[in-house]
Design a binder for this molecule. Structure first.
Ligand code: AMP
Ligand code: MG
Length: 393
């Protein structure tokens, strides 16, 4: 089955669901985990009408005018009295509004001598304070199961007093490099041998995606050894194979998987790098046969395997950060494939420059790049100044 880029992504998102197992985690340790329960406000937020400024709590109807300061309220205190006509209470950011006040005038907009306060501008009721419950009412859902926990979500959990939280189990991902020419990265290769970089990049990408990688020993391009390695990999939540899925005589990964009873959802995607990409399931484990060229492996992981890890992790809406930027120079390609070309996005994210590279094996060019240009399959030329899609690396 040959799919377009979009069809292949849809297929991954459609087929892969959550592992359905959750565990308790300390909120302080849960950054990057995926929330497995809805979180509700334990009280109104803010819990009281809260000044947003340092200044004076007043009655807006009294302004502009001269008021009498009858006291002060700091954050963490309550003002015991109430404000009447012509009165003001000095108030600090975060302090509760005194009874009777309906606005805060910023200190910069006042002149004070002793208890006399002159305000030359007017205010509307509600200015410069947050009413009780404006952010959330007690019982409102403030976080939804399926969101990855970033710093803001962690702040919400701490705010509502949840120091412990239910998160999805992290998927365990087997990484299986294949190839007779591949040797361990820590060894001195012979002239015609290649160090195993894919297992390392895939492990880094897997970790970044919030899963636990395990690198299996390199499988040789020979049926029995590949089969034994794949069977081992199928005991994990996801199996990522590198290499052995092209049309070569010794590309036997697909044959082994077929013999193991695999269902193949697709085995070719109209993208470059990464065209001979295989996605399927065997023995209840999803697998990707990623083409072995380092750029293909890295790009196809970001485009497809990451979405699968997200889904296994319980993420409701996997996200692919495709933005738009202006091209610095012309780009041409042969239509038919969606191409992902290493590129440099400017610091402000507004313009993008293709990186020179020697093709899918050029790892150094990928390291220099901070993004990929996305050349759509149905367009041939982009001129300098045209908008183009960009995938952040
Ligand atoms: P294959 O997909 O097996 O045909 O491999 C395509 C290209 O990727 C070949 O040039 C391989 O040497 C290279 N390659 C395959 N596996 C790896 C790996 N684990 N690390 C680095 N390069 C690899
Ligand atoms: Mg190979």
């Amino acid at each position: 089955m040959t799919y377009s880029f979009e069809q292949a992504r849809e297929s991954v998102l459609r087929e892969v669901g959550g592992l359905g197992a959750s565990e308790q985690a300390l909120t302080s340790d849960s950054a990057g985990r995926v929330l497995a329960e809805d979180i509700f406000a334990d009280r109104d937020y803010p819990p009281f009408a809260r000044s947003a400024r340092d200044g004076f709590a007043v009655r807006a109807a009294d302004l502009p005018g001269e008021l009498r300061v009858i006291g002060e309220v700091r954050a963490g205190e309550v003002f015991e009295g109430a404000i009447g006509t012509g009165e003001a209470v000095e108030i600090m950011t975060g302090a509760p509004m005194p009874a009777g006040a309906d606005a805060v005038v910023m200190i910069e907009h006042t002149r004070r001598s002793d208890d006399r306060l002159v305000i030359e501008r007017s205010l509307d009721p509600g200015d410069n304070f947050n009413p009780r419950g404006a952010e959330a009412r007690r019982g409102d859902r403030v976080l939804t199961a399926g969101v990855p926990l970033g710093f803001a979500e962690i702040a919400v959990l701490a705010t509502v007093g949840r120091t412990c939280v239910s998160v999805h189990r992290m998927p365990r991902v087997a990484i299986l490099p294949t190839g007779d020419e591949i040797v361990e990265a820590g060894t001195q290769p012979r002239e015609f041998q290649i160090r195993n970089s894919n297992a390392w990049s895939l492990a880094a990408q897997t970790r970044r995606a919030g899963a636990i990688p395990e690198i299996l020993p390199i499988a040789r391009d020979e049926y029995e050894s590949t089969r034994a390695s794949i069977e081992r990999g199928l005991a994990f939540d996801l199996l990522l194979l590198s290499g052995g899925v092209s049309a070569g005589k010794y590309d036997i990964v697909e044959r082994v998987l077929a013999d193991l009873g695999a269902t193949f959802f697709f085995d070719r995607v109209l993208i470059q790098p990464g065209q001979p990409l295989v996605f399927g399931r065997a023995r209840d484990t999803f697998f990707f046969g990623l083409p072995g060229n380092p750029a293909s492996t890295m790009v196809t992981f970001e485009l497809f395997a990451r979405a699968a890890i997200d889904r296994l992790s319980g993420v409701l809406k996997p996200w692919l950060p495709l933005l738009r930027a202006k091209l610095n120079s012309e780009v041409r390609h042969k239509p038919g494939l969606t191409r992902f070309l290493p590129a440099r996005l400017s610091d402000d994210g507004s313009t993008v420059q293709p990186e020179t590279w020697q093709g899918s094996g050029d790892v150094a060019a990928l390291a220099r790049a901070n993004a990929f240009l996305v050349a759509d399959a149905d367009r041939e030329t982009w001129n300098a100044g045209d908008d183009i899609r960009v995938l952040i690396k």
